[in-house]
Design a binder for this molecule. Structure first.
Ligand SMILES: [Zn+2]
Length: 127
């Protein structure tokens, strides 16, 4: 399954990022997923829950933000967001356009730490 290996690399990426930023416990992962990325959102969510077991990320949640297709229309000289990924036409002048600006990406853009994260939950010094 395609999504299983993607989930694997996401978990690895997040563990690496958490180590770098000193986040002890990752609570939530935020992922941008373009509708043209070819990744099935539900399958990725399911795979993530499977893959995350037994890793330092166990119990973390994956939040996926759908990124719609954005194309550049040379006639309008403007970027448009398509309400549907297909057909790939300018929604204003209906010209066919192949220039996709957004919608293919898959990007882990934020990690949220849990209670033990020293960055977001600094305890006052004991005196
Ligand atoms: Zn147009």
């Amino acid at each position: 399954m395609h999504e299983l290996s993607i989930a694997h690399s996401l978990v690895e990426l997040a563990i690496e990022a958490a180590e770098k930023t000193g986040t002890k416990r990752v609570k939530t992962l935020y992922l941008k997923l373009g509708v043209l990325s070819g990744v099935v959102k539900e399958a990725l969510e399911f795979s993530f829950d499977v893959v995350v077991q037994g890793t330092p990320l166990e119990g973390a949640r994956l939040v996926i933000e759908d990124i719609p297709v954005k194309v550049f229309c040379p006639d309008c000289k403007q970027a448009h967001i398509l309400p549907e990924p297909f057909p790939m036409r300018c929604p204003v002048c209906k010209r066919r356009t192949g220039q996709v600006l957004e919608g293919r990406e898959m990007e882990l853009y934020a990690l949220e730490g849990g209670e033990e994260d020293a960055g977001s939950d600094v305890k006052p010094p004991d005196r």
